[in-house]
Design a protein around this ligand. Structure first.
Ligand code: CMP
Length: 143
């Protein structure tokens, strides 16, 4: 079954909307297979956002992600990689539709409240970067 990496960024944690965001994914039908609150190191932030290294906002992005704790999780389910991104809305909250997470909770592209893997390759890389294999649970959902 497909898995993806999702992180509630420092702005989401500080505003107290972690529960509401988790609730949306749970209600949709995705399974949380791993989750943790963590303070991100500069090394992890730079590696996670490595593809943006040359962008002018890279330093700002790393400073923001390391500024206070994030809530990181791994979600599992059918088409969860693309579907979780639809639920998040456009990267720039100004373009995110109402009803999406960014559309409802964020206004600025730098502080856009949540990150989700954008492809199967990114999901595999990011899950491996943020979680040890031993932290991923495996359980059946009762029906
Ligand atoms: P995210 O999905 O975490 O992946 C890369 C992040 O870079 C993105 O969300 C935005 O928060 C951030 N980002 C993209 N463009 C800009 C920008 N122009 N200025 C600041 N941050 C940006």
């Amino acid at each position: 079954m497909e898995k993806t990496f999702v992180m509630v960024k420092p702005d989401g944690v500080q505003r107290g909307v972690v529960g509401e965001i988790v609730n949306r994914f749970e209600k949709k039908g995705y399974k949380i297979v791993a989750a943790k609150m963590m303070q991100v190191s500069k090394d992890l932030a730079e590696e996670h956002y490595g593809q943006h290294k040359e962008r002018p906002f890279f330093g700002e992005l790393v400073d923001f992600i390391t500024s206070s704790p994030v809530f990181a999780m791994v979600l599992e389910g059918e088409n969860v990689i693309s579907s979780a991104r639809v639920m998040m809305g456009a990267t720039n909250p100004a373009d995110a539709a109402p009803g999406t997470i960014r559309g409802d909770f964020a206004v600025s592209i730098g502080m856009n409240i949540i990150h989700g893997s954008d492809s199967p390759e990114s999901a595999e890389r990011e899950i491996g970067l943020w979680f040890d294999k031993s932290e991923l649970t495996d359980y059946e959902v009762a029906s």
